[in-house]
Write a protein that binds this ligand. Structure first.
Ligand code: F0G
Length: 355
């Protein structure tokens, strides 16, 4: 049967009626890829999987939440949606609003949005409001303006967003046949880690899994409120997706971390980029910097033994690498590119010298 998106697939577990018009772009059903080369080189028996959420229609996990949020906005008669965003939410909001035939307003921090995400928000025809401030400032403005203007908020404070995003946990359980022992995620607002925990506990309660995973949340060193135990006023990191100092799902994330015996940790920009490169070069998987932090965390905790050998571990790669081409290129040696005349002789030479 043709796959038509996660609402259709998980209709019985989502708050939609038989007559609800579904706003879908075929999101969800993303690959669960077992890493081979990195664990082999580390000499670990940990079964390490990647949930490649970058393969959603707009290139990030946000589509899971946005299909629900926009479906419900349209159902309630809303003609416009609004969000603050570090980029991916704005891309998803713009695309799903276009699909629904409604307006999208997106508030983004000027100069701090990866190029691919900006291109998406622009090409889908959203109204882009750039602020001289960060995501947290934008989020505050969205909450305030929604009280006065006829717009539906589609940030993860919208409960339908988390409902949609919880389906990633369903897919993982169905594919593995059980819940993993550990689930590693990058954490910004902490909406996604909350949604995953909702999904895992829902399937556990329904008897569809016999356990729930330990939830591990990783942040960028310069934007690590969960490590400091308080808000960060001026968050800064190359992983712009998670450049957030005041997480909206703070309480839920603290609680789920305790309930699942989990922990938080943080990584420097250098470590984040090194892991992004490791995944591209050793496994052929290209994710954006923020996403790589889940793998940075898993590898560190496997090495230290905090994650015991033999465990099954899922790392969510939240966004595609093509979202942020500038950061990718800046990590590579452009001098290593070979410029030649289009002759057989010169191509041959280039190949033989570089075998
Ligand atoms: N990874 C990526 C690629 C993201 O875009 C985000 C959040 C996260 C991780 C963190 O998820 O906030 O649920 O803890 N991006 C939001 C945005 C803030 O506006 O696109 P979270």
């Amino acid at each position: 049967m043709r796959y038509t998106g996660l609402i259709e697939r998980y209709r019985d577990r989502l708050p939609v009626g038989d007559k609800t018009r579904l706003i879908s772009l075929g999101e969800g059903n993303t690959p669960l890829i077992r890493l081979e080369n990195i664990p082999c080189e580390m000499g670990t028996q940990v079964k390490l999987y990647i949930k490649y959420e970058g393969l959603n229609p707009t290139g990030s996990f946000k589509d899971r939440g946005m299909t629900m949020a926009v479906t419900k906005a349209v159902e309630s008669g809303s003609k416009a949606i609004i969000c603050a965003s570090t980029g991916n939410t704005s891309a998803a909001a713009a695309a799903y609003a276009a699909r629904a035939g409604i307006k999208a307003f997106v508030i983004i921090p000027e100069g701090k949005i990866a190029l691919g995400k900006l291109a998406q928000a622009m090409i889908h025809g959203s109204t882009i409001i750039q602020i001289k401030g960060n995501f947290d400032d934008g989020m505050q403005l969205v909450k305030e303006v929604a009280e006065f203007a006829p717009v539906s908020i589609v940030n993860s404070i919208n409960p339908f967003r988390l409902q949609g995003q919880k389906t990633a946990a369903f897919e993982i359980i169905e594919e593995l046949g059980h819940a993993p022992d550990y689930h590693c995620l990058p954490v910004g607002n902490a909406g996604n880690i909350t949604a995953h925990w909702m999904g895992y506990t829902e399937y556990f309660d329904a008897g569809k899994a016999s356990s729930t995973p330990t939830m591990l949340g990783y942040q960028a060193e310069g934007a690590a409120p969960f490590i400091h135990g308080s808000k960060v006023e001026k968050p800064e990191t190359i992983a712009t997706a998670i450049r957030i100092g005041n997480p909206q799902s703070w309480d839920k994330a603290i609680k789920l971390s305790k309930d699942s015996n989990g922990w938080f940790d943080c990584f420097s920009d250098k470590e984040i980029l090194a892991t992004q490169k490791l995944l591209t070069e050793k496994e052929g998987i290209f994710c954006e910097p923020a996403s790589a932090i889940s793998v940075a965390g898993a590898l560190k905790d496997i090495e230290s033994g905090k994650i015991p050998d033999g465990s099954s571990v899922v790392c969510t790669l939240t966004g595609h690498g093509l979202k942020d081409p500038d950061t990718a290129i800046s990590q590579c040696d452009t001098d290593a590119m070979i410029n030649i005349n289009p002759t057989l002789e010169e191509v041959k030479k280039a190949i033989l010298e570089n075998m």
